[in-house]
Design a protein around this ligand. Structure first.
Ligand SMILES: [Fe+2]
Length: 180
């Protein structure tokens, strides 16, 4: 469904889903919770299937009304997943993936440790992945710029532990690919 409705979002979700378990392990998420984390990462934006295409594809910034509609994707996604047997934890992680560490995020304005750790991991990985890919309104940033933006949001938008873990995971992946 996600592939058909919005291939770019779907591809981005796959990139994020690859980074997430490595970051999850680094911040100490238990092995038995990693599967739920991975699934939440894969489906974190599934609520966007209900967001009109003209918003998803809009080549400029969204206005306030459009932003409000877009923000609903966290609740729509969580609501959809909540009704699947065994997916309640995944629904919770999806609901909170746009909370901010300083409490200024949505939908519930949770702050710091109130936000599920899995959601904090997804938020940092999602932002990094988004910066590293082309968007309708701007081209991809280079890795150094993306890293810098993530660090600048550490402690305000993002959990500092999650940011540190993303940098470590990305660094390790680069190291690995450099070694062939
Ligand atoms: Fe999202």
């Amino acid at each position: 469904m996600m592939d058909l409705s919005d291939p770019a979002t779907s591809e981005h979700a796959r990139d994020v889903a690859e980074l997430v378990p490595r970051v999850g392990r680094l911040v100490g998420i238990a092995d038995e919770e990693l599967e739920a984390l991975e699934l939440a990462a894969r489906f974190h934006d599934i609520g966007k299937v209900a967001v009109p295409d003209e918003l998803l594809m809009k080549p400029g910034p969204l206005d306030d009304d459009e932003r409000r509609v877009m923000a609903c994707h966290v609740e729509w996604g969580a609501e959809l997943l909540r009704h699947l047997p065994g997916c309640e934890p995944i629904a919770r992680f999806v609901r909170h993936h746009h909370e901010r560490y300083d409490g200024c995020g949505y939908p519930d304005g949770l702050r710091g440790e109130e936000i599920p750790l899995a959601s904090r991991v997804i938020a940092a990985c999602d932002a990094y992945g988004a910066m590293m890919s082309d968007r309708p309104y701007r081209p991809a940033l280079d890795p150094d710029q993306a890293t810098l933006e993530l660090v600048q949001g550490s402690g305000t938008q993002f959990d500092p532990r999650a940011v540190a873990a993303v940098l470590e995971a990305v660094d390790a992946a680069e190291h690995q690919s450099a070694q062939g």
